[in-house]
Ligand binder design. Sequence first.
Ligand SMILES: Cc1ncc(COP(=O)(O)O)c(C=O)c1O
Length: 384
Amino acid sequence: MNQHARMDLAPIPFIDVAAQRRRLGRSVDDAIARVTAHCQFLGGPEVEAFERALADFCGARHAVTCASGTDALMLVLMARGIGPGDAVICPSFTFCATAEVVVLLGATPVFADVDEATFNLDPAGVERAVEAARRHGLRPKAVIPVDLFGLPADHDSIAAIAKAHGLYVLDDAAQGFGAVYKGRKLGTLAPATATSFFPAKPLGCYGDGGAILTDDADLVAVLRSLRVHGQGTDKYDNVRIGLTSRLDTIQAAVLIEKLRIFPDEIAARDRAAMRYGEALADVVAVPVVPEGLTSVWAQYTIRLEPGARDGFVARLKAQGVPTAIYYPIPLHRQQAYGTFPVADNGLPVSDRLAAEVISLPMHAYLDDATQDRIAGAVRQALRG
Ligand SMILES: Cc1ncc(COP(=O)(O)O)c(C=O)c1O
């Protein structure tokens, strides 16, 4: 094998966190060193500075940081008093955390189907899920649209349905933070938005972290109490049952540096997505971005013909191209979630997507040559 052929088969990272680390260089090391010098490992000045910067970035009035994206979802539901007998409408085709927090609070997730083109919550499915909740004797209280793979959900339609049924909207923007919906950034489209700083997310930190974005000052006051054991005037004054869920100061310091380059990275991801589209749209179903929306491309997910996925994955693997399946089992089929109600038509789109989707390498540092190699391998793998 000559050197050129060997290079062609070199493994490609699915997400290249190390390339970003190289770009950030000393700025992140210095930011961490400042925290290790001042030693305020929790609640240091970087936390408040990051909360301000994050809120300003998306145009929300407030940001409240916490320990993870899962906690961000949970803290909002806790603040809303969601509990036994309450139904929270969730898409089935999502990461489990969306529904997990509902169950942890003793409430019931009711699963709705997603849209065939965008993979996001189908507004008609939300209506059917509300009916299913009522048939099960539950009180429909909230809906959690997910901005899946980085693409905003159909927020206008969901807001209208939520208004009609008195549902609170909690936007799960763990994958979509930074994306735009009709001129507004996620973080401003629902009364509360949760996001995650898990390292592989478009805006990730160097461990776990999360935040809630909102314009609601009363909610902020309750969230700040809940994240420190339900504290009142101080943490030894407990006015409600809470959690310990703070963003470490070191993570806030890292995120301040990463937020500075985030707009550039979003542009680079979008460019990579456009290039994939140009290279692949004639041979496979590529992602759809509705007019007026942008995606931050947490994943670049294509859809294959039924039954084609296993062979496709194996052929790409042989070429050194990694893939990932988000998500192989929709939540309503999972052992842990299979007993919860689903909208009455079943969830056929979630079932089909789980069997047919596959995600390709996507990150802000994907160079043209590597991407061309991936696209070439995809075209070849599709030919069988
Ligand atoms: C849609 C969605 N919701 C919630 C979460 C939970 O975030 P975290 O891992 O920070 O708890 C994630 C990611 O992990 C996610 O993808």
